[in-house]
Design a protein around this ligand. Sequence first.
Ligand SMILES: N[C@@H](CCC(=O)N[C@@H](CS)C(=O)NCC(=O)O)C(=O)O
Ligand SMILES: [Zn+2]
Ligand SMILES: [Zn+2]
Length: 194
Amino acid sequence: MYSKIPSIHPLIDNGITKGDPNFSGGKLYCHCPSKKVEVTLASNIAHNHACGCSKCWKPKGALFSVVGVIPVDKVFITANGDKLYVVDPSAAIQRNACKECGVHLFGRIVKDHPFKGLDFVHVELSDSKGWQEPQFAAFVSSIIEQGFNPTGVKEIREKLKKEGLQPYDVLSPTLMDLIATYTGQKSGKLPSKL
Ligand SMILES: N[C@@H](CCC(=O)N[C@@H](CS)C(=O)NCC(=O)O)C(=O)O
Ligand SMILES: [Zn+2]
Ligand SMILES: [Zn+2]
C-alpha cells in the first residue's frame, strides 16, 4: 500500500500547461448553475502562483488556491454583480465572492498597500486557454493551520518542486522584495527614487 498524495490543485496535479505570452484576457464565471456572476479581464495576469493560505479560494478538495494579479482597471463586473459580497471587509485583500456558490471572483486592495492597484483573480474560473501558468508556491506551511498533518508537508513540497513550483512559506523573494521596498520608501529609510 502506498498513500496517494492529496490534490494540490487540478491545474498542478497532472503537470502544468504553459500559458501563451500573447494572451489578452477573457471572462471569469462563478460556479452557480444559472445567473452566473461574470467578470471580464481585459489582459493576461501576472505573478500567478499556488497559495496555501486559508483565505484564498480553493476548488473543492484542493490544498492550494491558484491566484494571480491584474491591474484593477482591467477588471470589469459584466453580469450578476448584485450577487457579490466582500468576505472579510477588514482584510487587506477584499475578496469579492458569490453569495450563492461561494466562489471568489476578485480580491481588491482598497487600503494603502504595496499591491494596491492590483486585483487577485483565479483564472481557472475562465473557459479561455492561454493565461499565465503558476510560477511558484506561496504560504505552503499555512496548509498545516487548516488541518494538514505536518509530517506530510515534505512530500507536498517535493511534488510542488517536481511540477516546477518552488515552494515558499510566505511569498517569493521577488514579491517580498517589492513589499519591503514599498515599506522602506514609506518610512523614508529608502530613497523614493532608486
Ligand atoms: N497563515 C495565514 C496566512 C494568511 C496570509 O497572510 N495570506 C496572504 C496570502 S493571500 C495575504 O497576503 N493575505 C492578505 C489578506 O488576506 O488580506 C493563513 O493561512 O490564514
Ligand atoms: Zn455563484
Ligand atoms: Zn492566499
